[in-house]
Design a protein around this ligand. Structure first.
Ligand code: NPQ
Ligand code: MG
Length: 369
């Protein structure tokens, strides 16, 4: 397969409601979509999950667009016999920029699979056609508001609720949600690296609430601290931001820094590294679940295929499209009995709705060979 050209699209996607985390409030996404056009006339799509600002990790969407246009896309355009498996090698000379690389690799993988008529779930070796999904709930002004929001998502049928926490908004909100919904609500928390060593004792108080896991309380490189908390807590520690390769995921597990893994293809440089991470964690008897980055239907479709792999035994942050968007650039993914169906069509198995795309498109740039 050879690419004739690659387009970089920028979309402005408003969120149905503001999403507040320890690193700020998001009211919309500035989305970068990579479109790979093969010389056989096949089109592949990839979504970049980098945020508008470098507040989740060091990447941000303008930087991703620039490193794609200037370095990453030219490297793959030059390849006469391109496959998704080659993208990492072709771009390894460019250090970092994992979310940018992941978007390009997915566009190439989608084009490759559409060319041969294979679904992404079959390419991965998926074992389920529907996956249990959870919902991520942002920080609210008051605890009462949080209980109401959780009640609404429970009524919609989500199998698991994740609460964003930060210093000053943790024990009381978690206690109130546990109190309101009882012990059968699958509940977990995510600190998005906001806590520090002085918070160790406070975080161990979360053991009182029967949580599934405590996600990434400390900074990206705080393996010792995560291991220290894990030693003091009954609740499993899960990492997100810290884990960027299959190798450092294995190292974190062996160091006792985590016993559950949040896998996100964008954070790990692509879905192929994400699958390798699934394989490594599973070999180390470590459960994994699929994290979310408020993806459009493009990234959501890829996450569903990934979550169809056997080791994904915990509900992922792959909520229905309406959790984030009133109108998506693909047909919406629906929550049915706490699950979402895995696309079965070729490649990502979704079709871009050109009418909606036209509405949200803010710029497009073509990078040719
Ligand atoms: C997490 N995702 O697990 C991330 C955090 C996050 C679903 O909690 C725009 C784009 C806003 C990506 C806000 C969930 C975001 C974002 C939060 C990711 O840590
Ligand atoms: Mg997280």
């Amino acid at each position: 397969m050879k690419l004739g050209s690659v387009e970089l699209l920028r979309l402005k996607m408003p969120l149905v409601s503001p999403f507040r985390t320890s690193f700020g409030v998001q009211t919309g996404r500035d989305v970068l979509v990579v479109v790979a056009h093969t010389t056989d006339g096949v089109t592949g799509y990839g979504e970049c999950v980098a945020l508008a600002d470098p507040v989740y990790n060091e990447e941000y969407v303008d930087g991703a667009a620039q490193v794609l246009a200037r370095y990453l896309v030219p490297a793959v355009l030059a390849e006469p016999d391109l496959t998704a498996a080659k993208v990492a090698d072709l771009t390894e000379g460019i250090v970092g920029h994992r979310m940018a690389k992941a978007a390009l690799e997915l566009a190439v993988l989608d084009a490759q699979l559409r060319t041969v008529g294979m679904s992404l779930t079959d390419y991965f070796g998926g074992v389920r056609e529907r996956v249990d999904v959870g919902v991520s709930v942002g920080i609210t002004e008051t605890v009462e508001q949080l209980v109401d929001v959780v009640g609404e998502y429970r009524a919609q049928g989500y199998r698991r609720v994740k609460l964003k926490i930060q210093p000053g908004f943790d024990i009381a909100p978690v206690a109130a949600v546990r109190e309101a919904f009882g012990s059968d609500l699958a509940l977990q928390v995510d600190g998005n690296t906001a806590y520090r060593a002085k918070d160790l004792a406070l975080l161990t108080e979360l053991d009182a609430f029967g949580l599934l896991l405590i996600e990434q309380p400390f900074e990206h490189d705080a393996h010792g601290l995560h291991a220290e908390l894990a030693a003091r807590c009954i609740t499993p520690i899960c990492l997100d931001e810290s884990l960027t390769t299959a190798a450092n995921t294995a190292a974190a597990i062996r160091a006792g820094a985590c016993s559950i893994v949040n896998i996100k293809a964008g954070r790990m440089g692509g879905y192929l590294e994400a699958r390798r991470t699934h394989d490594v964690a599973t070999a180390l008897d470590t459960p994994v679940w699929c994290g979310g980055m408020l993806e459009t239907g493009l990234g959501r479709a890829a996450n569903l295929a990934l979550a169809s792999l056997p080791g994904f035994t915990l509900p992922g942050d792959i909520s229905a499209s309406e959790r984030y968007y009133a109108e998506d650039i693909t047909e919406p993914f629906l929550l049915v009995d706490g699950q979402v169906a895995v696309p079965q069509g070729p490649g990502l198995g979704v079709t871009v709705r050109e009418d909606v795309l036209r509405e949200v498109l803010t710029s497009r740039e073509t990078v040719s060979a």
